[in-house]
Design a protein around this ligand. Structure first.
Ligand code: SF4
Ligand code: SF4
Length: 149
């Protein structure tokens, strides 16, 4: 019989201690957010995938198609297409594709660009069903507002 009362005592005590912890935590300020309904502001130093920077004067890219970023990339993530319009001395950018599946976010491409035409995005919400979804046409994204100014 004494074992019964002892178990009852310890069980009740354990329950009350547990409830005390629960109520104490309930009234503390919340330190988490309800992702994805709520999101935090990303630090400016965050390195998302690279993005083309928008030239505020022209609305186009600052890229001069020198190819230095593609040559510098250790993972061969970047492929650039360009063409020289007839009568023009300069090439124009016609394609800029990033294979983000291979990118290590090392930043060498950003550092090697002489015109600051590429920068890290603040994108952290990437998800997809295939590797191809992460082959990003950055020039196309620039036209659709996926750019940095
Ligand atoms: S961040 Fe590094 S790995 Fe990614 S595209 Fe640039 S150079 Fe290549
Ligand atoms: S290094 Fe800069 S300017 Fe040269 S191709 Fe890459 S993004 Fe364009």
């Amino acid at each position: 019989m004494s074992g019964y009362f002892s178990d009852l005592y310890h069980g009740t005590k354990s329950l009350l201690v547990g409830l005390g912890v629960t109520f104490r935590e309930m009234v503390k300020p919340t330190v988490t957010v309800h992702y994805p309904r709520e999101t935090l502001t990303i630090t400016p130093n965050y390195r998302g995938h690279i993005e083309l920077v928008c030239d505020e004067k022209t609305g186009g890219s600052l890229c001069i198609t020198c190819g230095m970023c593609a040559r510098a990339c250790p993972s061969a993530c970047i492929s650039i297409q360009s063409e020289k319009p007839e009568g023009s001395k300069k090439k124009i950018l016609t394609g800029f594709v990033l294979d983000f599946t291979r990118c290590s976010l090392c930043g060498i491409c950003v550092e090697s660009c002489p015109t600051d035409a590429i920068a890290y995005s603040q994108e952290y919400n990437l998800a997809g069903f295939s590797r191809e979804e992460f082959h990003m046409d950055l020039l196309d994204r620039l036209g659709k507002g996926g750019s940095l100014t």
